[in-house]
Design a binder for this molecule. Structure first.
Ligand code: PDD
Length: 285
């Protein structure tokens, strides 16, 4: 099945899909996005992702390109036309096309683009079984990381540094030596007492949808979570480390910088949490 992209009202062959050179996303990174996972043909946390998209748009004083219900229709259509059973759908909204000038242009229509792609569940399972390596890097981003903006250059540099060091992800560290989050994931530790710890929501991190759903599942089971920042030292000496995101689900970390976590195998709590999250995904309607 050939890939299809949605671009401002049209379903086009992926290869031919394009936007104007003066799209403000291209020139100013003046746009926001979402990545929604599809498992067994079902979108995971569609409402949560759309809530966050609308929030990001609001924070940037950008109009929605269409109402929520039509957007849901387009998302389903993109998934259907691409024949995606397991994978992701990517949505991007920019302020639109206008002659280059910093202030918001008048009477411009926001631009909406969607693409979708398959992901291998087998490969994801194998990665989780082995566990991944993470590095730490300084967090050099702006102070509104709660907005899911397409301005991702620091994240790109962090991820490339991880790749150069054969690591899967880079955890970013603020000026106080505390971990904020991964370049495209939220960061968690389990301390030596078995406490599950993650940074509380603020403008310092993105409010991960996977993070929120995992928290809800854990709270349902009466499992406690400590919401506080943790240091690089705590990260290095944690009993377990894991990360969450729409594309990684719950992924155990077995090495951070030069520190082996636990015995170098995915920790039992991380694996239990991955299982809990998988069950949650499989129950999606
Ligand atoms: N990234 N933190 C950052 C900086 C992110 O970019 C993401 C998501 C997350 C996790 O959020 P969620 O659980 O809602 O996926 C945390 C997506 C997957 C991406 O950029 O590809």
């Amino acid at each position: 099945m050939s890939r299809i992209a949605y671009v401002n009202g049209q379903y086009l062959p992926h290869r031919e899909a394009s936007v104007h050179v003066e799209d403000r996303g291209y020139q100013f990174a003046d746009g926001v996005y979402e990545v929604v996972t599809i498992v067994n043909g079902k979108m995971i946390d569609e409402e949560g992702h759309l809530d966050r998209l609308w929030r990001s748009l609001g924070e940037l004083r950008m109009d929605a390109p269409m109402d929520r219900e039509p957007m849901k229709f387009v998302m389903r259509e993109v998934i259907r036309q691409n024949g995606i059973y397991n994978g992701i759908i990517y949505l991007q909204v920019t302020r639109g096309v206008a002659p280059r000038d910093h202030p918001f242009p008048k009477d411009v229509r926001p631009a909406l683009v969607m693409t979708a792609k398959r992901l291998s569940m087998k490969k994801a399972a194998k990665t989780a079984e082995q566990g991944i390596a993470v590095i730490t890097v300084p967090d050099i981003r702006w102070t509104r990381r709660d907005i899911k903006s397409v301005s991702l250059l620091p994240n790109v540099l962090a991820k490339q540094e991880a790749k150069d060091k054969d690591a899967y992800e880079a955890f970013q560290v603020d000026d106080d030596g505390m971990v904020t989050e991964g370049s495209s994931t939220n960061a968690w530790i389990v301390d030596q007492d078995g406490k599950i710890i993650t940074r509380p929501l603020s403008n310092d991190i993105l409010a991960g949808i996977t993070r929120a759903s995992l928290i809800a599942e854990l709270e349902k089971r009466g499992l406690e979570i400590e919401f506080r920042s943790f240091s690089v030292d705590e990260l290095h000496n944690a009993r377990e480390v894991f990360l969450t995101s729409s594309t990684s689900y719950v992924l155990p970390v077995v090495k951070v910088d030069d520190h082996v976590i636990g015995n170098g195998q995915p920790g039992s709590i991380s694996l239990d949490l991955r299982e809990i999250y998988q069950e949650f995904m499989l129950a999606a309607e």
